[in-house]
Design a protein around this ligand. Sequence first.
Ligand SMILES: [Zn+2]
Ligand SMILES: [Zn+2]
Length: 489
Amino acid sequence: MAEKLKIISLGGLNEIGKNLTVYEYGGDIVVVDCGMGFPDDDMYGIDVVIPDVSYLIKNQNKVRGIFITHGHEDHIGALPYVLRSLNAPIYATRMSAGLIRLKLEEHRLLDKTKIITCEAGDVIKAGKFTVEFIHVNHSIADAVAFAIKCPVGTCVHTGDFKIDATPIQGGMIDLARLGQLGNEGVLALLADSTNVERPGYTRSERSVGNSFDALFKGCEERIIVTTFASNVDRLQQIIDVAARYGRRVAVTGRSMENAMKVSTELGYMNIPDGVLMDLNQIKSLPKNRVCIITTGSQGETMSALSRMAFSTHRQVDILPGDRIIISASAIPGNEHSIGNVINELYRKGAEVLNERELALHVSGHACQEELKIIHALVKPKFFIPVHGEQRMLQTHAKLARSDSARQTGAVLGQFHDPADVADEDMIGVHPHLPGQLCVGLEHALLSVDRDEELGLDQGVDDLQLLLAGVARHVEGQLPLVENLRPLAV
Ligand SMILES: [Zn+2]
Ligand SMILES: [Zn+2]
């Protein structure tokens, strides 16, 4: 009997976060993404959750590589933890590789890890698999989908994506290649379900630029903008509009500084000479020449915006009249902390603008009409909705089935209820009950947004402890381990 292709989800099914999918055929495994348990984008929310990779550790000798779709935390965030127990090369596009390098450097793992930089169009041989990189649009530069081929057939794994006909850089998603694969025959499509409940199309990233322009034009006050640090195109648009209206830009918040560093070094951002300035210089300029870009769009306690609001930021005090633009949506669960920060900003006399009033944010995920286009192009034999909570997965399965022109088999991964596809016995979906490990809030802040004031560093020992699930107080540090607990599935 021919070998089966196994698709095993170790995370990302019935949840948004900790995406990790295993493709196994015979003696070979390729892993797609290795994320931690944040919903998406750049958030330092409540807890960090890591997928249980014991299956991979057990099959270590089969693992040919970890392929990364893009650099968001829910796709790369678990790498520093997983690489401690699993030795595998990482294949990623330049932007993703840059962010991964930064992360591994912080965790002192960079020397031990092999990172291979790829670009859209590349086809990597990984045992009996080949993995092709296909350009997609998302809310971070250099995102890709994968066409994963093995003797059983081709799987298209979209990663997070949207269809943006007018992206800031990188060009439009490679619909032609997806269509070509569809014509050649695709066994299974695994697609992003995040926005499946939203009708229509996701607006283009470019549309946010018009809103910025309207808010910068004629403004005589200081402008402070917060957004997701990883959204390089958004940062570019803020810098462009600031430069257009003669403002200089200062950046505050560790993750924002990191994102700017990686993206300018790699050429994803283009900052005109003389636009950037040090935060210490803002006081020497008139108000209408100042723009500050800051972290804190989710109201994170230790973020720069939050510290400005509560008067604990060393260099920036909020002044009456300051125009504060929140260019982000509230991730569910963060509304309260964002509300606290906004109230405090109001108390200080600032003007706060968010996406409720103006188009200041667009999603990075495909809505219904975009998903239909992908289904129609890829024409998979089987469809497996991923990257979503149960209701999103079911809605997405329904959307796939509703295309009466084709008979797509939709396969829903259920915990405790492995749903094997009976047809031809070729493909088995093995939803795994992931054991989860939780890391406390402070830990998350430390690893991704280490703060000057705290001056804390993440030691190797702590990480091993976290993986082992053993609680221990670390002397002289925040009580990381108090928050360490298994999360209910
Ligand atoms: Zn994601
Ligand atoms: Zn993403």
